[in-house]
Write a protein that binds this ligand. Sequence first.
Ligand code: FAD
Length: 376
Amino acid sequence: STYIVIGAGILGASTAYHLAKSGADVTVVDKKHDGQATDAAAGIVCPWLSQRRNKAWYRLAKYGAKYYQDLIASLEADGETNTGYKKVGAISIHTDENKLDKMQERAYKRREDAPEIGDISRLLEDKTQREFPFLQNGFQSVHISGAARVNGRALCEALLAGAKKHGAKLIHDEAKLLYKGKKIRGVLTSSATIEADYVIVTAGAWARELFEPIGIDLQVTYQKAQIMHLQLDEEDTGSLPVVMPPNDQYILAFEQGKIVIGATHENDTGFDYRVTAGGVYEVLNKALEIAPGLADGAIDEIRVGFRPFTPGFLPIIGAVPSHSNVFLANGLGASGLTVGPYLGSQLAKLALGQEIELPLEDYSVEDAIQANKYMF
Ligand code: FAD
């Protein structure tokens, strides 16, 4: 059978990689819009301390974090070693010891069925400082050794390069759905008509407009994020842990003095690609309050990305109810780097007609489609 994947952020890139690896004939069409979420993303893979109560979300995030082990090994076997993934651990910092106690308890409980969390330890102030020397005084932390950071851009490129090695074709263009009567036949690009047996839509924040012409109202929205990259003189930053502060922000260190701080959560902006005064102010203000030692860093770049969300704030995966040869996944929200590689592997299986381990009813595509809006 032949497959087309529309959209190659982390989700589509993983789907294409797994499809191609299994021997399927795959064509990827990706526009790489400005604001692609994967390209802007921070890169924390550490879902276990989250206080979010939704079980379906946690299950997916847990599987997602665990799956990295297999995925990175598989990419390395394909010669793709520049994945931007590293298990550097994380410190969740706080000034309130009670909160840290609760966090630690939660981590122990979750480790019972998620041994990939690794070692859990409590660090007093001096040790916390030593883990991340730029921090404000007064923080203690819970350290999780199994947490990782990943460079979304690098991983996405590695997945696409791996997919190509297994025979996938990549087209850099915008795709529209090609249909005849009730059936989706493939896609139209600016220069070609490409037919395929199956079409897989992993188009993130842009998926809604893609489905519009066939009368499907896929209720995917998005949230704007601005995120800043700093460059420090200090070069030995590659092994520093991810810092998870009490506010809704984070600090990540990459190789050679690159530090990523962010991000904003801006609703109802539309596709506004601007870096704004308010956005930059918020990111800097919150980060420097936590880590004043970063104040001397040079501002290297500021990226803007759109996190895709569904009405239920949960990822969705499945076939489009009215078109059984069209599959989609979406709604990865703020944890898509964690979930994306795994969900892509499951989406590939689904499209190949293989059994998958996820209970699909928990991530139903139907929930995000306005029922009476089918054109056919
Ligand atoms: P995208 O990456 O947006 O990819 C969609 C792709 O589809 C794009 O390339 C687009 O051009 C293409 N496309 C759309 N329509 C068409 C069309 N018609 N034709 C051709 N191509 C099309 N997650 C974590 O787990 N940890 C983090 O620390 C983290 N930090 C984040 C920080 C920021 C600032 C942001 C923005 C996100 C962060 N996320 C994080 C979330 C994560 O980045 C997203 O959930 C994830 O990248 C979504 O991936 P996606 O493939 O669904 O969408």
